[in-house]
Design a protein. Structure first.
Length: 258
C-alpha cells in the first residue's frame, strides 16, 4: 500500500513539502492524519527547516475528512485526532502554506486555513459544505472569522457554497493566484526563494509564534469547547446523524428538524 503522506526535502533541506497522497480525493482519514502528524513531529528536530508546504497528489488538494469517521460512534476519536493536527501545527511554529489545485473542501480547507499562506491556481474550489450533511466544521468556525471576518465566515459556513479561486482571492483567503498547477508550483518556488530562504529559520519560528499569539490562543481556548459541543449536542440530534447516514447511503437526507 502506498504511503498516504509523502515527504520531500527542498532547497537544501530548508523546505519540507508534504503531499497528501491518496488521489483523487486525498481524504483526511485516520491514516492520513497520523502520517501528517508524524511528518510534522519530524520537522521539530530539523532546525534548518524554514517552510512547510502541503500539496495534494493528482488534480485535487483534499475533499475533506472521512465521512464514515464522522458517525456518532467514531466522531469523538476522529475529532480528537484531527484537532490534534492543528495543535501540532501551532506548536511547530514554522511558516506553512497550502498549495491548492482543484477541490479544497471541508477538513481540507480547514487544514489550508491553519496555514500562514494559501497559494492556489484557477482550478481551485474552496468551501465548507458540512452544513449539507447536517453538521458544522469546528476548526473553520474559529479560523474563518479570524481570517476573513464574521460576515464572510457566516456566508461560507452557513450556506455551504463553494468559492471559486477568484472569489477566495478577492476575499483575502488566497495569498497569490496562478493560472494552473505548473505555474503554481513554479510561482511558489520563486516566492519561497525571495521571501523565505534569505531569512533565519530561528527568527521565522519566533516570529510565527509572536504573529500568531492571539490566533493560537483562541484556537487552544475554544476548539476543545466546540469539539464537546459537536459531540455532546450536535451528534445527539436526529438530523446530524441522518445527514451523515444519507451521504453514506448515497441518498437525499430526510430532515425532521430535531
Amino acid at each position: 500500500m502506498a504511503e498516504k503522506v509523502l515527504t520531500e526535502s527542498l532547497h537544501d533541506s530548508q523546505v519540507v513539502r508534504l503531499t497528501l497522497n491518496a488521489p483523487k480525493a486525498n481524504i483526511l482519514d485516520s491514516q492520513m492524519m497520523s502520517g501528517l502528524t508524524a511528518a510534522l513531529d519530524s520537522v521539530r528536530s530539523q532546525p534548518r527547516v524554514k517552510f512547510v508546504q502541503f500539496v495534494g497528489a493528482g488534480d485535487h488538494f483534499c475533499f475533506g475528512a472521512s465521512v464514515p469517521e464522522h458517525t456518532r460512534e467514531n466522531a469523538p476519536r476522529m475529532l480528537e485526532q484531527f484537532h490534534g493536527l492543528f495543535y501540532t501545527l501551532a506548536d511547530l511554529a514554522v511558516p506553512t502554506a497550502a498549495l491548492v489545485s482543484g477541490n479544497c473542501l471541508g477538513g481540507g480547507m480547514e487544514l489550508a486555513l491553519m496555514c500562514n499562506f494559501i497559494f492556489a491556481d484557477r482550478t481551485a474550489r474552496l468551501g465548507q459544505p458540512e452544513i449539507n450533511l447536517g453538521v458544522f466544521p469546528p476548526p473553520a468556525s474559529l479560523l474563518l472569522p479570524m481570517k476573513v471576518g464574521q460576515a464572510k465566515a457566516d456566508d461560507i459556513i452557513l450556506t455551504g457554497r463553494i468559492l471559486s479561486a477568484d472569489e477566495a482571492a478577492d476575499m483575502g483567503l488566497v495569498t497569490q493566484l496562478f493560472d494552473n498547477r505548473e505555474s503554481l508550483l513554479e510561482g511558489v518556488n520563486a516566492w519561497t526563494e525571495k521571501y523565505i530562504l534569505p531569512k533565519s529559520a530561528m527568527s521565522l519560528r519566533h516570529t510565527v509564534q509572536a504573529a500568531r499569539w492571539q490566533f493560537n490562543r483562541e484556537l487552544r481556548k475554544r476548539l476543545d469547547k466546540i469539539q464537546d459541543f459537536y459531540i455532546d449536542e450536535l451528534m445527539s440530534t436526529h438530523d446530524a446523524n441522518e445527514g451523515i447516514t444519507a451521504f453514506l447511503e448515497k441518498r437525499l437526507p430526510r430532515w425532521q428538524d430535531r
